[in-house]
Write a protein that binds this ligand. Structure first.
Ligand code: GKR
Ligand code: MG
Length: 431
């Protein structure tokens, strides 16, 4: 039967999802965080799903793109880049500004466009897979593994959001010292079977974070450990931390800001350096690889522009003998499914991927994805292999509609000021 792959409708639904009070160097997560859910509908009535950042600037760009998608075919994936490139972006919103809360390096109009394209690309692939009866990984060339490994993403954390702030409760408790971090890690292993651990750092002075990683090493001997302060340290501090933890770290992630500083650190330690901040676009690869500034690049299908760009990045890393794995920011099951499909096709994926998913108690799917032994089984059902729960989507959208605008743009420093009115985003290097 011939399918009509023409796009007849595109639906964009901004939502707010519950997020626990996770600490990072800029502040703390808001009680609710924005995401954008994309639905691409074909003439045959097939609906493909995509997901990306939901802050206003993404939504403002996604809307005109969505309007122009109608009438195109879901197979025209390359055309998505051209289309997004033709839509004007208000540069004042993004130009050379450090990403607030997202901690993904410098924000540019180009990166913003790619983050929007990625959601449309995933939705088109989901629809195409359903039309052909093939899983997304098959459209990407086929899986080379049946399950994708993820690491436990540990955060310093308050027990709850500040009193009086509307928020969902979580049962993780506080984690503000080495014992709390180890306890959180234990719960991650009990609940999900993770065997490698990443601690989000840049929150407390480096000695305290070194102590937390040491405590993890003692509690989980031989397990891969990572520490990521999102560029909060000077070169000197980064080298000291690397020295202090050289026997237990799988890698140190973005200890300091910028390719030059990362290269300085890399020259002075044998601990591999990973990044989702200084190599975030194809244009940034040449300098970083020439300077040997990073040994592992953490891709993210959202800001790299989708699943096929992620494969291209992985191929470049393979060519230059640089490791590859995956970055995560607060996300739901559609993105986890997309990430799992593409990760399944990358032969040189030798590090467990990051995922915030265990922190997200809410989702828009009829069935949550699950971690078994720290792994997500690669779906073999047509498309992404996930289904939208329209009532949940509507519920989370109504929360977005009810918000007066304070939560629609992620701002971890503003969230911190609710508890600590004097808080200003720390200047870097912080230590
Ligand atoms: O969720 O606070 C967070 C993270 O710090 C996130 O914003 C980062 O983008 O997880 C990310 C990272 O690895 O840098
Ligand atoms: Mg990182």
């Amino acid at each position: 039967m011939t399918r009509d792959l023409t796009i007849t409708d595109v639906r964009l639904t901004p939502i707010l999802v519950a997020d626990p009070p996770l600490l990072n160097t800029q502040g703390v997560h808001q009680p609710y965080t924005p995401r954008l859910i994309v639905e691409v509908v074909t003439a045959d009535g097939i609906t493909g799903l995509g997901e990306t950042y939901g802050d206003t600037k993404y939504l403002e760009l996604a809307r005109p793109c969505a309007e122009q998608l109608t009438g195109r075919r879901i197979t025209d994936l390359n055309g998505l880049f051209t289309l997004a490139g033709q839509v004007a972006v208000d540069d004042s919103r993004v130009h050379d500004a450090l990403d607030v809360g997202g901690l993904r390096g410098v924000q540019t109009a180009g990166k913003l466009r790619l983050s929007v394209v990625s959601a449309f690309e995933v939705a088109c692939l989901d629809a195409l897979g359903q039309a052909l009866g093939l899983p997304v990984h098959a459209l990407l060339g086929g899986k080379v593994r049946d399950a994708v490994e993820y690491s436990a993403y540990l955060f310093y954390k308050w027990a709850g959001h500040p009193a009086g702030v509307p928020a969902e409760r979580d049962d993780w408790g506080a984690a503000l010292d080495p014992a709390g971090v180890v306890e959180q890690a234990r719960r991650f292993t009990e609940r999900y079977g993770f065997t490698s651990f990443k601690l989000k750092g840049g929150v407390f002075p480096p000695e305290e974070e070194i102590a937390a990683v040491r405590a993890l090493a003692e509690a989980f001997p031989g397990h891969p450990l990572r520490l990521d302060p999102n560029g909060a340290w000077s070169v000197e501090t980064s080298v000291q931390v690397a020295d202090a933890l050289r026997d237990v770290l799988e890698y140190l992630e973005d200890p300091t800001l910028g390719t030059r500083a990362m290269a300085d650190v890399a020259r002075r330690t044998r601990v591999p350096l990973a990044t989702n901040m200084c190599v975030t676009t194809f244009a940034e690869i040449k300098e970083a690889f020439t300077e040997d500034a990073v040994q592992v690049v953490l891709s993210d299908q959202h800001y790299w522009g989708g699943l096929r760009n992620t494969q291209q990045l992985a191929a470049i890393c393979r060519t230059f003998g640089v490791g590859v794995s995956m970055h995560s920011n607060t996300h739901l099951g559609i993105s986890l499914a997309a990430m799992t499909h593409v990760a399944a096709t990358v032969p040189n994926l030798h590090h467990a991927c990051d995922s915030h998913y265990p922190w997200q108690s809410e989702d828009v799917l009829t069935e949550r994805l699950t971690f078994d032994g720290g792994r997500v089984a690669v779906p073999d059902a047509p498309g992404l292999g996930v289904r939208l729960d329209r009532d949940r989507l509507e519920f989370l959208h109504r929360r977005w509609l009810a918000d007066d605008g304070t939560l629609r743009d992620r701002d971890d420093a503003a969230a911190m000021r609710v508890a600590h009115p004097d808080w200003v985003t720390p200047a870097v290097p912080r230590w």
